[in-house]
Design a protein around this ligand. Structure first.
Ligand code: TYD
Length: 134
């Protein structure tokens, strides 16, 4: 089964421009409890490099693009987030990395829980061990 779970947002609007709507339990598959965004990222400085034990997230580049790598401990897949209408689910226990940010990148992330450092797995070897013991 593919690790890449895309969500296509409908672009609303008219000749004044686009408008995109994100709604919990509608086009976002959970109740949105937290929103954060990455800005001033750099092309040669990747981010992420962790998995979450329970957190569910959806990510979309609302400006620019970046390359997302998803890894469930058995295989890896990558996708370019390069459209305001193309979001990806980052499910629990999926190691994720973001690379090759464009200079105009704004990566918006929606999450179903508040920030909790205890939910992070930041060591790849710990992640692999937890996947194997699951
Ligand atoms: P981190 O999740 O490591 O960033 P990334 O995955 O983009 O590389 O977060 C960077 C720092 O910000 C880290 O010290 C934790 C903190 N942080 C919060 O305080 N609240 C949050 O909601 C998030 C996502 C991060």
């Amino acid at each position: 089964m593919s690790l890449i779970k895309l969500i296509e947002f409908k672009l609303l609007g008219d000749d004044r421009g686009h408008l995109t709507v994100l709604e919990g339990h509608k086009n976002i598959p959970f109740n949105i409890k937290r929103v954060y965004y990455l800005t001033e990222t750099q092309a040669g400085v990747p981010r992420g490099f962790h998995a979450h034990k329970e957190l569910e997230q959806v990510a979309v580049c609302v400006s620019g693009k970046c390359r997302m790598i998803l890894d469930n401990g058995r295989h890896k897949e990558e996708i370019w987030l390069d459209s305001v209408s193309k979001a990806i689910r980052i499910e629990k226990m999926v190691w994720h990395e973001m690379h090759d940010f464009s200079s105009d990148c704004v990566l918006l992330v929606l999450a179903n829980e508040y920030y909790d450092e205890a939910d992070y797995i930041r060591s790849y070897s710990d992640f692999i061990e937890q996947v194997r013991n699951a």
